[in-house]
Ligand binder design. Structure first.
Ligand SMILES: Cc1cc2nc3c(=O)[nH]c(=O)nc-3n(C[C@H](O)[C@H](O)[C@H](O)COP(=O)(O)OP(=O)(O)OC[C@H]3O[C@@H](n4cnc5c(N)ncnc54)[C@H](O)[C@@H]3O)c2cc1C
Ligand code: SF4
Length: 458
């Protein structure tokens, strides 16, 4: 159970960010890893409380065995801790970097919670560094073939588990690199792309096949024993406001994709914030990634517009522990904007009324209604729309003849993964835009349903 008095002796310390002045000069990893002693001290704080909410439905969607691997880490049994972690977590190097750590918000220590995400990252990176993470090739093969469409976290997790269950998994990806939003979406400083490539290489060594630059064809259903659609939910919510012909307006994921391509190729991005006044529409996590990216590209200024009021700084009475706290968070990009510009870039209860050439007209909101007379004009050479997503792109649904739910998702009426015959869905495509850890859990759940389906046909 860690150390009985650990949580009283040691305070919570997260992996620190590199200083703003340094990290704004590159697209490298935001965080600085801590040495083994620090990690063991942090792991010692786990109380193994009678009801570990961290691994319950309130906490980790993968139901990671958190108290168990924290205890092993505290005792210096790192290789066993990693083995325990890998029982449920397919790719801790992703979740250890980008997971919002639902487990920590559900921890009995509340605001003083364990640093599970950092501990998990330490274990997997130690495993890679010490050569403990080696290809795990299945001893027997079933002879069954499964096509997985989409190589985001859902598709990768499903292919990984199907392969380990002995099926031949082939991942078919439209993009030129595998990873879905892990590759083209989440910026390099949050998730370095060599980390994604390292995992894909390992999966290939384990027997998973990747076919890139290829659009999924419904004929896959005849060629394979089962097909799993994990195409994500990247259809962006548009602004639908009057826009001047010369205005530079981009959807956030398109902009972030161009930025990552530039980081990987070393060439100039096809769209850049350099020397521009940037307005990001949307105060959420994707908007924050746009702020951090624009600052690194050398923007002149950045503002982030948000329709909703600022959340409270403390939990409201109707949002008790162990629920996810709907409180104000100031993420890395916003911290960097504060450092560079001297103020939080977020402007609340404000939306765009009109996009002009070189400027934007905004208006204050009361609820969802514009307040007359509150119009303002802000300089804007580049507008980035990060206003959320409205479901999956329709082309895959049309090609495979799947009716979408009212929320634009491939969610069958019974809530299962099987759509019809040998066709299944998982990840954001099934649930709507979510989180990496939820996509991983959903991909694994779909893989188990496919395994049952294939086994029942023997
Ligand atoms: C900018 C941004 C930042 C984010 N940051 C975080 C974060 O920090 N932490 C977090 O937990 N979550 C984050 N998320 C959410 C997270 O990335 C997604 O929930 C997750 O990636 C969904 O995984 P997925 O596998 O379902 O789909 P995706 O990752 O979207 O992958 C779908 C893949 O399918 C491919 N595809 C689609 N249709 C076809 C087809 N017909 N044929 C072939 N290939 C196809 C696409 O090219 C894509 O590669 C972020 C999202 C965005 C947009
Ligand atoms: S995957 Fe996320 S929720 Fe699960 S243990 Fe890791 S940090 Fe916590």
């Amino acid at each position: 159970m860690g150390k009985a008095t650990g949580f009283m002796e040691t305070v919570r310390v997260e992996n620190p960010y590199r200083p703003e002045a340094v990290r704004l000069g590159d697209f490298d990893d935001l965080h600085v890893a801590q040495p083994a002693e620090a990690r063991r001290a942090q792991a010692s704080r786990c109380m193994n409380c009678g009801v570990p909410f961290c691994q319950s439905d309130f906490g980790c969607p993968l139901h990671n065995l958190i108290p168990e691997w924290n205890d092993l880490l505290y005792r210096g049994r790192e290789r066993e801790a990693l083995a325990r972690l890998l029982m449920t977590a397919p790719f801790p190097e992703f979740t250890g970097r980008v997971c919002p750590a639902l487990c920590e918000k559900a921890c009995n220590l509340e605001n003083d919670a364990l640093t599970n995400r950092d501990n998990e990252l330490y274990l997997i990176e130690t495993g890679f560094a010490k050569g403990w993470v080696q290809p795990r090739i299945p001893r027997t093969r079933t002879g069954r073939r499964v096509a997985v469409v989409g190589s985001g976290p859902a598709g990768l997790a499903a292919a990984d588990l199907l392969n380990k269950l002995g099926h031949a998994a082939t991942v078919i990806e439209r993009a030129d690199r595998p990873g879905g939003l892990l590759m083209y979406g989440i910026p390099n400083m949050k998730l370095p792309k060599d980390v994604v490539e390292r995992r894909v290489r390992l999966m290939e060594a384990e027997g998973v096949r990747f076919i890139l630059n290829t659009e999924a064809d419904p004929a896959l259903m005849d060629d394979y024993d089962a097909v799993l659609l994990c195409g994500g939910a990247k259809k962006p919510r548009a602004l639908n406001v009057e826009t001047a012909p010369g205005a530079h307006v981009y959807f956030a994921v398109d902009y972030l994709t161009a930025a990552t391509r530039a980081v990987l190729s070393g060439e100039a991005p096809s769209v850049t914030a350099r020397d521009k006044a940037v307005v990001v529409v949307g105060g959420g996590d994707t908007g924050n990634d746009c702020v951090g990216t624009a600052l690194r590209q050398g923007c002149r200024s950045v503002v982030q517009l948000e329709m909703m009021p600022a959340p409270p700084t403390e939990r409201a009475a109707n949002n008790p522990w162990p629920e996810w706290p709907r409180t104000l968070r100031t993420d890395y990009g916003q911290l960097e904007a504060i450092f560079r510009q001297g103020a939080d870039p977020r402007v609340y209860q404000t939306t765009v009324k009109k996009v002009l050439d070189g400027a934007v007209e905004t208006v204050k909101l009361q609820g969802f209604d514009p307040v007359p007379g509150t119009e303002q004009t802000l300089p804007c050479d580049l507008m980035l729309i990060a206003a959320g997503f409205v479901g999956c792109e329709t082309q895959t649904a049309e090609a495979f003849g799947v009716a979408l739910s009212p929320r634009g998702a491939m969610m069958p009426a019974d809530g299962a993964h099987r759509l019809r015959d040998n066709l299944f869905s998982a990840g954001d495509m099934r649930t709507g835009q979510s989180l990496v850890v939820r996509a991983l859990a959903d991909g694994r759940a779909a893989a188990l349903q496919i395994h049952q389906f294939l086994s029942s046909k023997v």
